[in-house]
Ligand binder design. Structure first.
Ligand code: HEC
Length: 94
């Protein structure tokens, strides 16, 4: 009984870990698909690590003016994702 409870707990922790990882990767995939229609993602990847969140918000707003299909509600999350991404990693840099 006690053993199966521990096993259940472990499964819960594992599932939680996996869903957090999936959520992070998901926003990366979102950014990658929204930002690759006009230019190569290399253009985005190159700037990771050199813009902070406010800088990315400005860039994304400029992209929206150029015609990017990003809803206003996504500007913050996209900018946050890009500002926190390690240079050279994630779906944007693959
Ligand atoms: C509608 C077309 C279009 C889409 C979609 C688009 N861009 Fe751009 N992007 C451009 C154009 C045109 C330029 C070059 C002119 C400029 O810099 O404004 C550019 C340049 C850039 C640059 C280099 C200039 C700089 O300020 O660092 C970055 C970074 C960038 N885009 C990021 C993004 C991101 C992030 C997305 C997704 C949210 C995105 N782009 C989606 C059109 C687009």
């Amino acid at each position: 009984m006690k053993k199966s409870f521990v096993a259940m707990l472990m499964t819960g922790v594992l599932t939680l870990g996996i869903s957090v990882a999936a959520a992070t990767a998901g926003s990366g995939d979102d950014v990658a698909s929204a930002c690759s229609s006009c230019h190569n993602l290399k253009r985005v990847c190159r700037m990771i690590g050199s813009k902070n969140k406010a800088g990315w918000e400005k860039t994304i707003s400029r992209m929206i003016k150029a015609g990017a299909a990003v809803s206003p509600a996504k500007v913050g999350p996209f900018a946050g994702y890009l500002a926190n991404q390690k240079p050279g990693t994630g779906p944007v840099c693959q």
